[in-house]
Unconditional design. Structure first.
Length: 322
């Protein structure tokens, strides 16, 4: 009896009939479906395409700033705090990213708030130490030098006494001061050692410039800020001019005025010229000091040689009388 002819099967039927190819097909389909699902979930999780404009938090109380951040689907994080007497405590002073920047939802905005009061720190006892050691100890404590007052003493640039708001600080004193306050130091200076040389501070921050002046035995004079500089961006300002050029001879305790700007390109230009002039002045000073030392050495040699010459001329006269 003849077999009935088999109808032509479709590609799909032939694929299902082949177990190996069918399993491979299913694996490919499953992997493709998982990749598509993962992509969709990633888009949802990251809110792809969604953007938020960062609002202006400056001048807003912290509680109100948190509500505003939640409204814009943003997170707030207090990154720092300052004490600015002109503002109410708890007010937002600064933010990063700045207002108007577009970010993804859920982005963290770092803010700086105004403290309700300045932090109090103990005043360290720095008397009977070198000026450099005293300066470092005060800076570590969160304080600075208000003024250097020099008094005659055999120990030049050693701290004799210290005062905070006209109150003398002794070894057993238990006095606190607001962070950033200045301490007046009375420093010794021996006769004939009253001269120092102005350091090169162009290009430095105000804090570093002050440190260089104090280490050189000089006071910080008038500090002038260009327009636009405030307590928040003051740390970014740099010295672009000083009243006394580097390497100029000054009496200990002389005040040096400083001028600061936020224009870093301007600072870069004037700093190069200032450093060049400072090097030339230092080399000239060393040359003069060497010439003076050589001159003194020659005078001493001549003074030593004179008695020998006198003795040589007197010896024949003694022989004659014998």
């Amino acid at each position: 009896m003849a077999k009935k002819p088999v109808k032509n099967r479709s590609l799909w039927q032939r694929l299902r009939a082949n177990r190996l190819l069918w399993n491979l097909f299913l694996i490919v389909v499953i992997m493709l479906a998982m990749a598509i699902a993962a992509h969709i979930l990633m888009q949802i999780a990251t809110r792809h395409g969604a953007r938020r404009t960062v609002p202006d938090f400056a001048g807003i109380a912290l509680a109100d700033a948190e509500k505003l951040a939640a409204k814009h689907d943003l997170d707030l994080h207090i990154n720092d705090s300052l004490f600015v007497p002109a503002y109410v405590g708890g007010i937002v002073l600064d933010q990063l990213p700045e207002k108007g920047v577009e970010v993804k939802p859920g982005r963290t905005v770092y803010i700086t708030i105004n403290s309700f009061r300045q932090k109090m720190v103990p005043v360290p006892f720095v008397a009977n130490r070198s000026l450099r050691q005293a300066k470092n100890m005060l800076e570590i404590a969160g304080l600075e030098i208000k003024e250097l007052v020099y008094r005659p003493d055999m120990a030049t640039n050693y701290v004799l006494e210290q005062y905070y708001e006209r109150q003398q600080i002794l070894a057993d004193s238990n006095i606190e001061a607001e962070m950033g306050s200045g301490i007046t130091l009375y420093v010794g200076v021996d006769s004939g050692e009253n001269v120092t040389f102005a350091p090169q501070v162009v290009g430095l921050s105000l804090r570093d410039a002050k440190g260089r002046l104090w280490e050189s035995g000089l006071n910080v004079g008038k500090v002038t800020f260009e327009e636009g500089i405030n307590l928040l961006n003051q740390k970014d300002a740099r010295v672009y001019a000083q009243s006394n050029p580097a390497e100029q001879a000054l009496s200990l305790g002389t005040p040096v005025d400083l001028m600061l700007t936020l224009d870093l390109e301007r600072v870069k230009k004037v700093r190069g010229e200032a450093e060049k002039l400072a090097r030339e002045a230092a080399e000239e000073r060393l040359r003069q000091e060497k010439a003076l030392a050589d001159s003194l050495a020659r005078v001493q040699l001549e003074q030593v040689a004179e008695p020998s010459n006198e003795a040589a001329t007197e010896q024949p006269e003694a022989d004659f009388f014998e």
